[in-house]
Design a protein around this ligand. Structure first.
Ligand code: NAD
Length: 330
């Protein structure tokens, strides 16, 4: 199998190159993102392999189909960036449904702890020998209420960790897990009662802008909001308004609605045109990271394993257990 591997970073080669050699696959590592302008690079390949910010619309899917590409291998669990419906009957879409839920959950907790205890500010201060504690007071998590939106694999890992802190857990999921030791409540109640809200649901038509003016208005004063799922879950304008009204104790964002083309790139010499992102960066109680919740050795190894297992199943005509169909993304 010949695979055109888009958006390659040095760490992708480390995990994928030796494994691909074991399978006998020929991978062409392309540093460019997958866009209309770069799609021609997939000519002559059996599959393309893409990451979370490689958006794939109907026109691109039709183009790949015409070129004879048979599959899109996603190096991710989320598939909101691909027009799944357009690919139906033309290309297989295979994803990595689970690689390390703990990696993302542990990162969500990292964001929460960092923003709550002002680690980002304390680190900078002490390096300058400013040992003052003014403005660095946090809150205990013990006995506080955490609202977890989405109790799938990552949400459940998050719940286990937060319970370890002694937090009371409220949860919302349209498909509750039987026997899970949490209090499932309607979403509005979760917004009203939680001291910490962490998002672990996929981005779909239903969850787009789940965090908006109305939902923010329902939240407690001083609430902490953590998003490691998808940027589109939050209406950035509403979030900025809420921050300006001092609604939030802290906000941790590993994802951003318009992250494509910025996240994963070194833009330190660029003029940032996205005004919302630039504004969000200015709040002292907001920490933004570059979609790196997944980024552990264990997760990278698992992503490489699963992606190439999917390719192997496709090549050999084996059952495609990680095929994406049904759910229609945004
Ligand atoms: P999962 O499929 O195991 O769980 C998702 C859960 O969300 C399911 O229980 C589902 O019923 C629930 N859900 C669906 N619609 C909902 C709604 N309207 N409201 C509340 N819950 C809803 O997925 P997962 O592996 O736990 O991943 C969750 C999300 O995390 C992914 O969709 C992806 O966007 C994100 N993610 C981020 C990173 C990162 O690096 N930051 C890495 C992996 C995954």
């Amino acid at each position: 199998m010949r695979i055109a591997f888009y958006s390659t970073k040095p760490y992708d080669r480390i995990w994928f190159a030796p494994l691909a050699a074991d399978y006998g696959f020929e991978i062409s590592f392309i540093e460019l993102p997958c866009k209309k302008e770069t799609l021609g690079l997939a000519q002559g390949y059996d599959a393309i392999c893409i990451f979370v910010n490689d958006y794939m619309d109907k026109e691109m899917i039709d183009c790949l189909h015409t070129m004879g590409v048979k599959a899109i291998l996603l190096r991710s669990a989320g598939f909101n960036h691909v027009d799944v419906r357009a690919a139906q009957g033309k290309l297989e879409i295979l994803r990595v449904p689970s690689y390390s839920p703990e990696a993302v959950a542990e990162f969500a907790v990292t964001l929460l702890l960092a923003v709550n205890r002002h680690i980002h500010k304390a680190y900078a201060r002490t390096r300058d020998f400013n040992m003052s504690l003014n403005g660095l007071m946090g809150m205990d998590l013990n006995q506080k209420v955490a609202g977890v939106v989405g109790t799938g694999k990552i949400g459940q890992a998050m719940i286990r960790i937060l319970q370890g802190f002694g937090m009371q857990i409220l949860a919302y999921d349209p498909f509750p897990i039987e026997g899970l030791k949490v209090e499932y409540v309607p979403l509005e109640e979760l917004f009203r009662r939680s001291d910490v809200i962490s998002l672990h649901c996929p981005l779909t038509a239903e969850t787009k802008n789940l965090i908006n003016r109305e939902s923010i208005a329902m939240m407690k004063e001083g609430v902490y909001l953590i998003n490691t799922s998808r940027g589109g879950l939050i209406d950035s304008d509403a979030l900025i308004e809420g921050l300006l009204q001092k609604k939030f104790g802290g906000v941790g964002l590993d994802v951003y609605d318009e992250e494509e083309g910025i996240f994963y790139e070194d833009c330190s010499e660029d003029i940032i045109e996205d005004e919302n992102l630039a504004r969000l960066m200015t709040f002292p109680n907001v920490i933004i990271t570059s979609h790196m919740g997944f980024f552990t050795m264990e997760a990278m190894q698992a992503i490489a394993n699963k992606t190439l297992e999917n390719a192997y199943a496709l090549e050999r005509g084996l059952p495609l257990v990680n095929r994406v169909q049904a759910v229609v993304p945004v």
